[in-house]
Design a protein around this ligand. Structure first.
Ligand SMILES: *[C@@H]1O[C@H](CO)[C@@H](O)[C@H](O)[C@H]1NC(C)=O
Ligand SMILES: *[C@@H]1O[C@H](CO)[C@@H](O)[C@H](O)[C@H]1NC(C)=O
Length: 329
């Protein structure tokens, strides 16, 4: 466990180290900007190379547009994320990093959202040098592999040129070894600096299927009471934080992050209904540049399986298999 913990820290440092500046390109562009005299060195440089712009706010309209086009049935998540991110980015002097924990069944749009958020914070999105994606089953499959990974990356750690507003995304939190995530606790805490680097402007996003059952239960209660649009964050947030803390397979089991209130928002992703699945199919057709054929939309949506057994309200895979089913048709 100790080995894994140290490795996680090293990995984090290594990803920060990757944000280096291509000096040769800098000199070339600097020369060009002196010659043209139109743009400042920085402006011109940042057109060609990716820059870490500390003061850059969230592109709120881009985020809203992105979620409007690609995310369905998630009025809670959309609202919370927009507010949290805009507020955090407009705060010149945050006291700690922003930490968001996204929960819900597969296929409800958690990955989509983190992609949209990344794109609207850093131009190159997930490909940005300042956005770092960790996938539990890929990066931390076994303790012994974690050590291997550590050795491979330790040489990266010496060159640290950090970007204060980096984004760190941890996918498949529910498959992470219990306790491993607490290794990043110092980065999320109220410290001014760690090894000379401030993490207070960084954003940490955790994605997890854990808590999906609790969200569904609450959503069903509202649905059965005929109040399904009335569901609010305060109906779900306390349930989620307690639920994942007590769940051995949540990645946050007995986690110090929760005990110390270091997670700013628990963001629930609601289960998707038949009509939402249809919206996903239409969006996917548009994304492929084809006309929307309602017959096929209905066919694809009807092939999905819905639960609970009697009422058949929610798609059990969300929109996850929409793409492959559309290929078939
Ligand atoms: C790290 O620094 C070494 C030299 O100190 C250099 O050769 C290497 O390219 C650098 N790597 C990164 C990722 O900046
Ligand atoms: C914000 O996003 C919108 C939609 O993606 C885009 O048209 C616009 O250029 C972006 N604004 C900035 C400042 O990047």
């Amino acid at each position: 466990r100790l080995g894994g913990t140290a490795a996680l820290r090293l990995l984090l440092a290594a990803h920060v180290a990757a944000a280096f500046e291509p000096i040769t390109l800098g000199i070339a562009i600097g020369t060009a900007s002196v010659l043209t005299g139109y743009l400042s060195y920085t402006e011109l440089f940042c057109r060609f190379a990716e820059c870490c712009r500390e003061e850059q706010p969230l592109n709120a309209s881009g985020t809203a547009a992105g979620t409007g086009e690609r995310l369905f049935g998630q009025h809670l998540a959309t609202e919370v994320l927009l507010k949290a991110l805009t507020g955090f980015r407009n705060n010149k002097n945050p006291k700690k990093a922003l930490t968001l924990s996204l929960h819900g069944w597969a296929g409800t749009g958690k990955n989509f959202v983190s992609q949209i958020v990344a794109e609207n914070l850093h131009r190159k999105g997930l490909k940005s040098n300042f956005v770092h994606l960790f996938v539990s089953t890929l990066h931390f499959p076994h303790e012994q592999h974690v050590k291997l990974y550590q050795a491979r990356h330790s040489r990266w750690i010496r060159n640290v040129s950090a970007c204060a507003n980096s984004v760190f995304i941890f996918d498949e939190m529910d498959k992470l070894h219990p306790g491993l995530i607490d290794a990043i606790k110092p980065f999320l805490d109220y410290y001014e600096q760690i090894d000379g680097v401030s993490y207070r402007k960084a954003i940490f996003i955790f994605l997890s299927n854990a808590g999906g059952d609790l969200i569904t239960k609450t959503a069903l209660d509202f649905w059965r009471a005929g109040r399904r649009e009335d569901i609010q964050l305060k109906d779900l947030e306390p349930v989620l934080s307690v639920g994942v803390f007590n769940n051995k397979h949540s990645g946050l089991w007995h986690s110090g992050l929760i005990e110390r209130n270091l997670i700013d928002y628990f963001v629930p992703f609601l289960p998707l209904e038949y009509r939402h699945v249809k919206m996903c199919v239409r969006a996917e057709m548009k994304a492929r540049g084809s006309a929307v054929d309602e017959d096929i939309v209905t066919k694809v949506a009807e092939e999905m399986t819905f639960f609970p057994k009697d009422e058949k309200i929610y798609s059990d895979k969300g929109c996850k298999t929409v793409q492959t089913r559309l290929d078939f048709h």
